[in-house]
Design a protein around this ligand. Structure first.
Ligand SMILES: *[C@@H]1O[C@H](CO)[C@@H](O)[C@H](O)[C@H]1NC(C)=O
Ligand SMILES: *[C@@H]1O[C@H](CO)[C@@H](O)[C@H](O)[C@H]1NC(C)=O
Length: 366
């Protein structure tokens, strides 16, 4: 009987090792066959991992408590000489509701991720996107599909309206496939501005020709200082006011280590496997040595049997000592305490008795 026990242990060890390996393989294959794309997360070709999700401002309902450490307000980039400030969010749509956006379908207003306001009108710089693109040490995020291009204010202005409604009208006149860029600006007249609100024409136009729309390109820079808040700066726009460029400094734009994906073998399981194999080799090798060289039998075949049994009895003793001392400390067990004759309580009352007797003795003496 005793002879078999160690080998049974070894067998069990091998079996469980095998099952761990099989389980690992199973999860790995299922995960890798369906790679999940997480928005706002990117892995560059050199293995650097970026996760900007902590920088994305989230909408908090009125009665909800804002989550800790998560931004709940949009980012503002000062426009400086541009004349308007920009409101943006990272990966998510802007938290602040926007209404009456120039040239954008009402259904998409809730998807706008960047905009600026001028003369009370909101110009979108693009719709929400979570596609982070790592380019070398830079991380780039782009929002596209904003308001139609064209300067929006003052003097350059008359183009301002180069708003599709108007363009569509011209197309009716000379529909000869001329390059649109050539003609729309000069022929624009101020009375056309009235057409800007023509939603119906907008719709007609959308069927007709592709419209150039504003976009925002955001470049993220790593800032290791955790005390610096994530901040946007406006870099510039092209003369058509079509493409807008921003720079963001954030600690989350620093390359980090990719978190352990479920299913792959992480450092913890690698350690566990190595540990397991080491133990296995130790046990198998030890048994082999004890049997063949030392001719041991029974439990004594286990390597360092006396050492391990010593440790085991030590642990057992320790356990007994700890439990008994715990039993003494824990007040809940007062029942036992008094039963077993609490040394403390008894001694105190005995001290009192002694003091009384002493007092009495003194009084007698007087
Ligand atoms: C932009 O924001 C600054 C403060 O950050 C403010 O002083 C300025 O008036 C704003 N400009 C516009 C056009 O709203
Ligand atoms: C707009 O946002 C909604 C979710 O809020 C999403 O389901 C939809 O696909 C978005 N549309 C576009 C064009 O991004």
């Amino acid at each position: 009987m005793h002879l078999q026990s160690p080998s049974r242990v070894v067998l069990l060890a091998i079996l469980s090792l095998a099952s761990i390996a099989v389980a690992d393989d199973a999860t790995k294959t299922t995960i890798s066959s369906t790679p999940a794309i997480t928005p706002c997360v990117a892995t560059s070709t050199n293995g650097a991992f970026f996760d900007l999700r902590p920088d994305a401002a989230v909408v908090v309902q009125k009665d909800e408590k804002p989550p800790k450490g998560v931004p709940t307000e949009d980012y503002v980039a000062k426009g400086w000489d541009y004349g308007s400030n920009f409101t943006l969010n990272i990966c998510n749509p802007v938290v602040k509701r926007v209404d009456d956006v120039v040239g954008v379908d009402k259904a998409l207003w809730k998807n706008i991720s960047a905009y600026y306001e001028t003369k009370g009108k909101v110009h979108s710089l693009g719709l929400q996107s979570g596609t982070l693109v790592p380019r070398g040490r830079k991380l780039v995020l782009q929002y596209t599909g904003g308001s139609p291009c064209g300067a929006s204010d003052k003097s350059r202005d008359k183009r301002a309206g180069v708003h599709e409604g108007a363009r569509y009208k011209y197309n009716d006149f000379d529909d000869d496939g001329e390059d649109e860029g050539d003609y729309y600006a000069p022929r624009r007249t101020s009375k056309d501005d009235e057409d800007d609100k023509g939603g119906k024409k907008d719709k007609d136009r959308q069927k007709d020709e592709p419209v150039r729309r504003k976009s925002a390109t955001i470049s993220f820079l790593c800032d290791h200082d955790p005390d610096t808040p994530t901040a946007f700066s406006f870099v510039g726009t092209d003369p058509d006011e079509c493409a807008y460029f921003f720079e963001v400094r954030s600690q989350h734009a620093c390359a980090g280590a990719e978190p352990h994906k479920p299913g792959s073998v992480g450092p913890g399981s690698v350690f566990a496997i190595i540990f397991f194999i080491t133990v296995l080799v130790y046990v198998v090798g030890g048994v082999f040595y004890q049997r063949t060289v030392a001719h041991a039998r029974g439990w004594r075949q286990l390597p360092n049997y006396s050492l391990w049994s010593g440790i085991w009895s030590f642990v057992k003793d320790l356990f007994v000592i700890l439990t008994s001392s715990c039993a003494r400390i824990i007040p809940r067990r007062r029942g036992y305490h008094t039963l077993s004759g609490s040394p403390n309580g008894r001694r105190e009352s005995r001290d009192d008795e002694n003091r009384l007797i002493d007092q009495l003795d003194e009084e007698w003496d007087d």
